[in-house]
Design a protein around this ligand. Sequence first.
Ligand SMILES: Nc1ncnc2c1ncn2[C@@H]1O[C@H](COP(=O)(O)OP(=O)(O)OP(=O)(O)O)[C@@H](O)[C@H]1O
Length: 262
Amino acid sequence: MNKIIQVQNVSQQFMTASGPFLALDRVSFDIAEGETISLIGHSGCGKSTLLNLIAGLTLPSSGGLLCDNKEIAGPGPERAVVFQNHSLLPWLTARENVALAVETVFKGSKTKAEMREWTEHNLERVQMGHAMDKRPDEISGGMKQRVGIARALAMSPRVLLMDEPFGALDALTRAHLQDAVMQIQARLNTTLVLITHDVDEAVLLSDRVLMMTNGPAATVGEILEIDLPRPRNRVALADNPRYHQLRQQILQFLYEKQPATA
Ligand SMILES: Nc1ncnc2c1ncn2[C@@H]1O[C@H](COP(=O)(O)OP(=O)(O)OP(=O)(O)O)[C@@H](O)[C@H]1O
């Protein structure tokens, strides 16, 4: 197994007005190349803190993180992030938003025509080919989220980090995008790390679910292996007893072993 990400004894402390606050306490786990991992846990347990550390947006108070055996000392194009609120530049069209990321990564290695084609290809991958020239205020929330995903995919990251990427979407759009991400992941063998509050989403998408204990001083409580064959089909899974067992194990962790404190 090629370990693409290694999280080694990572703690994260924040300075707050009322003193130091230990958000994460000695978190350790590895992620294999091509694996899909979900982080699940109650609100405020430290999921985004952990994702930001893998993204290199923040550095740990102690411990270390490696990507491909090299220390994560900042953000890098091999680790793209999709945020819940899509974070598109409002004055640029969908095409321009994606093109900006493409230029950052491929300027010098692709020609202008190739970069344009690659931008369009990635928008088409998420079914946004028809609305490439619209600005964020002219498209729906689900469409904005798709542009955010296209932008991340266009960077050809080895690791795609997603902070509740489907959280704000209606159920149909959410299902559609989950399927699209699963298909793209299977084709490109991208490593996916996904924060979710949705137990069904965690089981459907993941190879392993990392269940986090409540904070402060949160850590990985249990790791659940999702041994359901791929490709996975949400309709077929509804009749699969193993699917319901796995779902139940996550619910037990969240509501019996680690009930919400707030
Ligand atoms: N920059 C910061 N300064 C102080 N405290 C912080 C900071 N960032 C996060 N925290 C605290 O660390 C804890 C973990 O926050 P984090 O956002 O990682 O949780 P989360 O699991 O992603 O929550 P949610 O599911 O609600 O998004 C929380 O108690 C939060 O208040």
